[in-house]
Design a protein around this ligand. Structure first.
Ligand code: ATP
Ligand code: MG
Length: 429
């Protein structure tokens, strides 16, 4: 068990100089100033910390008065950005200790109030591991809820004032439905387990009702981060068990039904970064000889509704539409790869392998490696060649000929030489 002494040493070694300086200035002015949240957590875990956030007892107007260069980023929330050097990397966000009023919309507090002690500011956060603070000027770790012990146990518990973790979970997660997405994201990213009472809290109707009110952008941001974890299954399995997946991706939950959850989650783990979103949605795939257009449309709509980008939705929907491809021979498989697009070839191979269809993956990998043409642009002739050779005018006929040549090359890639294609063009109807 890492002791408090050791924790302080660890933190002292990694707090950046500009953050330390901001805290020192506030402390010298008679205020409390601590680093809080994710960076403290990550530093203690030996992970590369993201942004170092500072929390202080000083009021926003006092903070503004103490630093010559600052940006009033979000004064109503008590946040001031201090510019400590050149560029955004030098920015330090300082937020006044905050207490929060009721949350009546499941997204944000109706009011925030300042003038509360640090412990209240920590108690309004999401998880115990995110509710620790380190005071670099005094070299003190503030850990009123047992964050160190949770880091040690690799456990995620909802933070809160109650000794009953279930009550804290229901309370905190009902206030802000995004917190449950963060909880399963951290389970995957940190490779932690959800505390059972916290997990039970997620499944409560009031909590899932709050999740339904969270903006879809924020939901998909969390999903994206979860999928980037080494093993997304660590977050996905509890996300299904608690009803998160039924809430955000009801079609996937319905398609999964009573199927083996573990098997599906392992498919997602096995998929490469570029095929993970498709692997997540692979229960929606249906068997088809090539790209299944109905599946593609359905998945694309679903991802756009979740505010994934057009590029993400296009790629993932094509991959899901190919996921259960039954192409019997090489020409059919080349056509399937054509419909996916060369850029997605590697992702399709990874997805098929992850889904346990190694034979199809191997055949497709061969096609891609041999560079069999799978796009019209990869033909050995262009429109101008056809125009010159056949002495025909530019026009729709040229496009028809190229299309016919491409079809022949999809059947037999050996035909893809200039000579063979121009000779063939003469004979086409
Ligand atoms: P990361 O930056 O790696 O995504 P983080 O924990 O630092 O993780 P941030 O969004 O940077 O996440 O938030 C900083 C801190 O603010 C968190 O550690 C947590 O204490 C608190 N926090 C963030 N979002 C919420 C939320 N929705 N509800 C309660 N507290 C939150
Ligand atoms: Mg952060």
């Amino acid at each position: 068990m890492i002791g408090e002494r050791e924790a302080v040493d660890k933190l002292a070694a990694v707090v950046p100089a500009n953050v330390r300086q901001v805290c020192a200035t506030l402390t010298d002015g008679g205020h409390e100033a601590v680093t809080v949240g994710g960076a403290v957590r990550d530093a203690l875990l030996g992970r590369e910390p993201g942004d170092w956030d500072v929390a202080t007892s000083a009021r926003p107007e006092q903070v503004l008065a103490m630093f010559p260069r600052c940006i009033p980023t979000g004064l109503q929330h008590g946040t001031v950005t201090i510019v400590t050097g050149r560029g955004e990397a030098s920015h330090v966000e300082v937020t006044t200790f905050r207490g929060e009023g009721a949350y009546s919309d499941g997204r944000r507090p109706d009011e925030v109030h300042f003038g509360v002690p640090l412990v209240d500011d920590l108690a309004r956060r999401d998880l115990v591991v995110n509710a620790m603070a380190y005071d670099p000027a005094r070299r003190v770790l503030h850990d009123p809820f047992g964050g160190l012990a949770d880091l040690q146990a690799r456990r995620l518990r909802a933070v809160g004032p109650s000794p009953d973790p279930f009550a804290n979970a229901v309370g905190r997660f009902t206030e802000d439905g995004l917190r449950v997405m963060r909880a399963v994201r951290f389970a995957a990213v940190l490779e932690f387990d959800l505390d059972p009472q916290t997990e039970r809290g997620i499944g409560q109707p009031s909590v899932l009702a709050s999740l339904a009110k969270v903006s879809r952008e924020r939901v998909s941001d969390e999903l994206r981060k979860l999928l980037a974890a080494p093993s997304p299954s660590r977050g996905l399995v509890p996300a299904v068990a608690t009803g998160i997946v039924a809430s955000i991706l009801p079609a996937v939950a319905a398609a999964l039904g009573d199927a083996d959850l573990g098997a599906w989650a392992r498919v997602v783990d096995a998929a490469s970064a570029e095929s993970r979103l498709a692997a997540l949605l692979s229960p929606l795939a249906s068997a088809a000889p090539g790209l299944d257009v109905a599946t593609q449309r359905r998945v694309e709509e679903l991802l756009r509704a979740l505010k994934f980008s057009v590029a993400e939705a296009t790629a993932a929907s094509r991959l899901v539409a190919l996921a259960r491809c039954t192409a019997a021979d090489a020409p059919a498989l080349r056509r399937a790869l054509r419909d996916g697009g060369r850029a997605l070839g590697g992702a399709a191979v990874s997805l098929w392998r992850a889904l346990g269809n190694g034979a199809l993956a191997d055949r497709a990998a061969d096609i891609l490696e041999r560079r069999d043409p799978i796009a019209a642009a990869e033909l050995a002739v262009a429109g101008k060649d056809v125009i010159d050779q056949l002495a025909i005018p530019a026009g729709p006929r040229v496009g028809q000929l190229l299309k016919a040549l491409f079809e022949r090359v999809l059947d037999d890639p050996a035909l893809n030489t200039r000579e063979a294609l121009l000779a063939l063009a003469q004979t086409l109807p």
